[in-house]
Design a protein around this ligand. Structure first.
Ligand code: FPP
Length: 244
Protein backbone atom coordinates (compact mmCIF):
# COMPACT_ATOMS: atom_id res chain seq x y z
CA UNK A 1 0.00 0.00 0.00
CA UNK A 2 1.12 3.57 -0.66
CA UNK A 3 2.50 5.67 2.18
CA UNK A 4 -0.36 8.19 1.95
CA UNK A 5 -2.99 5.44 2.04
CA UNK A 6 -1.32 3.82 5.00
CA UNK A 7 -1.15 7.17 6.80
CA UNK A 8 -4.96 7.32 6.66
CA UNK A 9 -5.17 3.95 8.40
CA UNK A 10 -3.24 5.19 11.40
CA UNK A 11 -5.39 5.94 14.42
CA UNK A 12 -3.86 9.14 15.84
CA UNK A 13 -5.41 8.35 19.24
CA UNK A 14 -3.70 4.97 19.50
CA UNK A 15 -0.17 5.93 18.60
CA UNK A 16 2.67 4.15 20.36
CA UNK A 17 4.50 6.69 22.49
CA UNK A 18 7.87 5.13 21.94
CA UNK A 19 9.09 3.01 19.03
CA UNK A 20 12.43 1.24 19.36
CA UNK A 21 14.19 -0.30 16.37
CA UNK A 22 16.89 -2.96 16.00
CA UNK A 23 18.29 -2.01 12.60
CA UNK A 24 19.64 -5.35 11.45
CA UNK A 25 20.86 -6.63 8.10
CA UNK A 26 23.20 -3.93 6.76
CA UNK A 27 25.99 -6.47 6.28
CA UNK A 28 23.81 -8.94 4.38
CA UNK A 29 22.40 -6.14 2.25
CA UNK A 30 25.91 -5.10 1.24
CA UNK A 31 26.98 -8.70 0.61
CA UNK A 32 24.10 -9.21 -1.80
CA UNK A 33 25.40 -6.24 -3.76
CA UNK A 34 28.99 -7.51 -3.53
CA UNK A 35 30.02 -4.45 -1.54
CA UNK A 36 31.80 -4.10 1.79
CA UNK A 37 29.91 -3.95 5.10
CA UNK A 38 30.43 -0.23 5.51
CA UNK A 39 28.56 0.35 2.26
CA UNK A 40 25.63 -1.40 3.95
CA UNK A 41 25.90 0.77 7.06
CA UNK A 42 25.93 3.89 4.88
CA UNK A 43 22.75 2.72 3.16
CA UNK A 44 21.38 2.02 6.66
CA UNK A 45 22.01 5.64 7.63
CA UNK A 46 19.81 6.75 4.71
CA UNK A 47 17.01 4.57 6.08
CA UNK A 48 17.51 6.23 9.48
CA UNK A 49 16.92 9.61 7.85
CA UNK A 50 13.64 8.30 6.43
CA UNK A 51 12.33 6.98 9.72
CA UNK A 52 13.16 10.22 11.54
CA UNK A 53 11.11 11.98 8.88
CA UNK A 54 8.28 9.49 9.42
CA UNK A 55 8.43 10.01 13.20
CA UNK A 56 8.10 13.76 12.67
CA UNK A 57 5.16 13.35 10.27
CA UNK A 58 3.37 11.15 12.81
CA UNK A 59 4.07 13.41 15.79
CA UNK A 60 5.69 10.42 17.46
CA UNK A 61 7.06 11.23 20.92
CA UNK A 62 10.07 8.89 21.16
CA UNK A 63 12.09 6.94 18.61
CA UNK A 64 15.15 4.95 19.62
CA UNK A 65 17.48 3.13 17.22
CA UNK A 66 20.16 0.58 18.09
CA UNK A 67 23.20 1.92 16.25
CA UNK A 68 26.12 0.39 18.14
CA UNK A 69 25.82 -2.32 20.76
CA UNK A 70 28.29 -3.10 23.55
CA UNK A 71 28.91 -6.37 21.68
CA UNK A 72 29.79 -4.55 18.43
CA UNK A 73 33.27 -3.90 19.87
CA UNK A 74 33.96 -7.52 18.85
CA UNK A 75 33.78 -6.60 15.15
CA UNK A 76 36.89 -5.92 13.03
CA UNK A 77 38.62 -2.62 13.90
CA UNK A 78 37.94 -1.14 10.47
CA UNK A 79 34.19 -1.73 10.78
CA UNK A 80 34.12 -0.23 14.30
CA UNK A 81 36.01 2.83 13.09
CA UNK A 82 33.67 3.08 10.12
CA UNK A 83 30.58 2.98 12.35
CA UNK A 84 31.99 5.60 14.75
CA UNK A 85 32.87 7.90 11.85
CA UNK A 86 29.53 7.32 10.17
CA UNK A 87 27.64 8.65 13.17
CA UNK A 88 29.71 11.88 13.17
CA UNK A 89 29.33 12.26 9.41
CA UNK A 90 25.57 11.61 9.55
CA UNK A 91 25.02 14.14 12.31
CA UNK A 92 27.15 16.82 10.67
CA UNK A 93 25.14 16.37 7.49
CA UNK A 94 21.65 16.07 8.98
CA UNK A 95 21.70 18.19 12.15
CA UNK A 96 20.44 21.42 10.53
CA UNK A 97 17.38 19.70 9.07
CA UNK A 98 16.81 17.69 12.24
CA UNK A 99 16.91 20.94 14.18
CA UNK A 100 14.53 22.71 11.84
CA UNK A 101 12.01 19.89 12.47
CA UNK A 102 12.14 20.49 16.24
CA UNK A 103 13.71 17.04 16.80
CA UNK A 104 15.86 16.52 19.90
CA UNK A 105 18.71 13.99 19.50
CA UNK A 106 20.65 12.35 22.31
CA UNK A 107 22.90 9.34 22.69
CA UNK A 108 21.91 6.57 25.09
CA UNK A 109 24.67 4.30 26.33
CA UNK A 110 27.97 3.97 28.15
CA UNK A 111 31.13 5.98 27.71
CA UNK A 112 33.71 3.23 28.21
CA UNK A 113 35.73 2.45 25.11
CA UNK A 114 34.86 5.76 23.46
CA UNK A 115 37.39 8.58 23.49
CA UNK A 116 36.26 11.64 25.42
CA UNK A 117 37.14 13.84 22.44
CA UNK A 118 34.82 11.76 20.25
CA UNK A 119 31.90 12.03 22.68
CA UNK A 120 32.50 15.75 23.18
CA UNK A 121 32.45 16.32 19.42
CA UNK A 122 29.20 14.41 18.90
CA UNK A 123 27.50 15.94 21.92
CA UNK A 124 28.51 19.43 20.81
CA UNK A 125 26.72 18.81 17.51
CA UNK A 126 23.69 17.21 19.15
CA UNK A 127 23.40 19.88 21.85
CA UNK A 128 22.02 22.36 19.33
CA UNK A 129 18.83 20.23 19.38
CA UNK A 130 18.51 19.71 23.11
CA UNK A 131 15.87 22.38 23.67
CA UNK A 132 13.68 20.98 20.89
CA UNK A 133 10.28 19.75 22.02
CA UNK A 134 9.21 17.60 19.04
CA UNK A 135 10.29 14.04 18.31
CA UNK A 136 12.73 12.76 20.92
CA UNK A 137 15.19 10.78 18.84
CA UNK A 138 17.57 8.56 20.79
CA UNK A 139 20.56 6.73 19.39
CA UNK A 140 21.53 3.70 21.45
CA UNK A 141 25.27 3.87 21.03
CA UNK A 142 27.73 1.75 22.98
CA UNK A 143 24.57 0.38 24.54
CA UNK A 144 23.82 -3.01 26.09
CA UNK A 145 20.74 -3.82 28.15
CA UNK A 146 22.60 -5.88 30.75
CA UNK A 147 25.32 -3.24 30.99
CA UNK A 148 22.57 -0.65 31.51
CA UNK A 149 21.06 -2.58 34.40
CA UNK A 150 24.49 -3.27 35.94
CA UNK A 151 25.56 0.36 35.90
CA UNK A 152 22.22 1.34 37.46
CA UNK A 153 22.69 -1.25 40.22
CA UNK A 154 26.21 0.09 40.88
CA UNK A 155 24.92 3.66 41.19
CA UNK A 156 22.23 2.47 43.61
CA UNK A 157 24.87 0.52 45.58
CA UNK A 158 26.92 3.67 46.02
CA UNK A 159 23.85 5.52 47.33
CA UNK A 160 23.16 2.73 49.83
CA UNK A 161 26.79 2.73 50.94
CA UNK A 162 26.71 6.47 51.56
CA UNK A 163 23.50 6.15 53.60
CA UNK A 164 21.50 8.24 51.12
CA UNK A 165 19.00 5.36 50.69
CA UNK A 166 18.36 1.91 52.19
CA UNK A 167 17.82 -1.42 50.32
CA UNK A 168 14.09 -1.07 51.10
CA UNK A 169 14.01 2.00 48.87
CA UNK A 170 14.80 -0.10 45.80
CA UNK A 171 11.78 -0.37 43.51
CA UNK A 172 11.12 -0.19 39.75
CA UNK A 173 11.04 3.57 39.65
CA UNK A 174 14.35 3.88 41.51
CA UNK A 175 15.99 1.44 39.13
CA UNK A 176 14.50 3.26 36.13
CA UNK A 177 15.75 6.59 37.45
CA UNK A 178 19.27 5.17 37.27
CA UNK A 179 19.08 3.57 33.81
CA UNK A 180 20.58 5.29 30.77
CA UNK A 181 16.98 5.73 29.58
CA UNK A 182 15.98 7.84 32.61
CA UNK A 183 12.95 10.00 31.84
CA UNK A 184 11.96 8.04 28.73
CA UNK A 185 8.71 6.07 28.49
CA UNK A 186 9.17 2.33 27.87
CA UNK A 187 8.95 1.33 24.20
CA UNK A 188 5.42 0.22 23.25
CA UNK A 189 6.60 -1.20 19.96
CA UNK A 190 9.89 -2.90 19.15
CA UNK A 191 10.74 -3.40 15.48
CA UNK A 192 13.52 -5.69 14.24
CA UNK A 193 14.50 -6.09 10.63
CA UNK A 194 16.32 -8.87 8.73
CA UNK A 195 14.26 -11.84 9.89
CA UNK A 196 16.15 -12.39 13.15
CA UNK A 197 13.79 -13.06 16.06
CA UNK A 198 15.85 -11.85 19.01
CA UNK A 199 16.11 -8.90 21.41
CA UNK A 200 19.95 -8.97 21.37
CA UNK A 201 20.47 -7.17 24.67
CA UNK A 202 18.51 -4.09 23.54
CA UNK A 203 16.58 -2.21 26.28
CA UNK A 204 15.88 -5.53 28.01
CA UNK A 205 14.35 -3.99 31.14
CA UNK A 206 12.38 -1.42 29.15
CA UNK A 207 10.76 -3.75 26.58
CA UNK A 208 9.08 -5.92 29.23
CA UNK A 209 5.60 -5.15 27.80
CA UNK A 210 6.51 -3.97 24.30
CA UNK A 211 4.74 -5.40 21.27
CA UNK A 212 7.30 -7.06 19.00
CA UNK A 213 7.20 -6.65 15.24
CA UNK A 214 9.57 -8.44 12.90
CA UNK A 215 10.18 -8.14 9.18
CA UNK A 216 12.33 -10.10 6.74
CA UNK A 217 13.42 -6.84 5.12
CA UNK A 218 17.05 -5.86 5.59
CA UNK A 219 17.50 -2.50 7.33
CA UNK A 220 18.65 -0.46 4.29
CA UNK A 221 15.44 -1.54 2.50
CA UNK A 222 13.19 -0.47 5.40
CA UNK A 223 10.88 2.37 4.35
CA UNK A 224 8.43 4.79 5.93
CA UNK A 225 5.62 2.53 4.67
CA UNK A 226 7.14 -0.40 6.59
CA UNK A 227 7.12 1.72 9.72
CA UNK A 228 3.42 2.49 9.15
CA UNK A 229 2.71 -1.23 8.57
CA UNK A 230 4.23 -1.94 11.97
CA UNK A 231 2.16 0.80 13.63
CA UNK A 232 -1.10 -0.37 12.03
CA UNK A 233 -0.36 -3.89 13.24
CA UNK A 234 0.43 -2.53 16.73
CA UNK A 235 -2.88 -0.67 16.80
CA UNK A 236 -4.78 -3.89 16.08
CA UNK A 237 -3.26 -5.73 19.00
CA UNK A 238 -4.86 -6.20 22.37
CA UNK A 239 -2.44 -5.16 25.11
CA UNK A 240 -3.29 -6.63 28.47
CA UNK A 241 -0.14 -6.19 30.57
CA UNK A 242 -0.77 -9.51 32.28
CA UNK A 243 -4.40 -8.67 33.15
CA UNK A 244 -7.54 -10.04 31.46
C1 FPP B 1 23.29 -4.30 12.17
O1 FPP B 1 23.53 -4.84 10.89
C2 FPP B 1 23.56 -2.89 12.17
C3 FPP B 1 24.52 -2.28 12.89
C4 FPP B 1 25.42 -3.01 13.80
C5 FPP B 1 24.77 -0.84 12.78
C6 FPP B 1 23.59 0.05 12.57
C7 FPP B 1 24.06 1.34 12.03
C8 FPP B 1 23.45 2.09 11.09
C9 FPP B 1 22.14 1.79 10.51
C10 FPP B 1 24.12 3.27 10.51
C11 FPP B 1 24.15 4.57 11.13
C12 FPP B 1 23.25 4.92 12.24
C13 FPP B 1 22.88 6.18 12.53
C14 FPP B 1 22.05 6.46 13.70
C15 FPP B 1 23.27 7.30 11.68
P1 FPP B 1 24.66 -5.94 10.72
O2 FPP B 1 25.91 -5.25 10.38
O3 FPP B 1 24.74 -6.79 11.96
O4 FPP B 1 24.09 -6.75 9.51
P2 FPP B 1 24.23 -8.31 9.23
O5 FPP B 1 23.54 -9.02 10.38
O6 FPP B 1 23.53 -8.50 7.95
O7 FPP B 1 25.69 -8.62 9.16
Amino acid sequence: MEYKELLQQIDKNKMPKHIAIIMDGNGRWAKKKIKNRLFGHRAGAKAVRQIIECGVELNLEYLTVYAFSSENWNRPAAEIKGLLNLLVEFMNKEIAEINSNNVCVKLVGGEEGLEQGYLDKINKTLSTTWNNTGLQFRIAFNYGGRQDILQAVKKIGVKIQSGEITPEDIDSSLLEANLYTVGMPDPDLLIRTSGELRISNFLIWQVAYAELWFTEKLWPDFTKSDMLDAIVDFQNRNRRYGAL
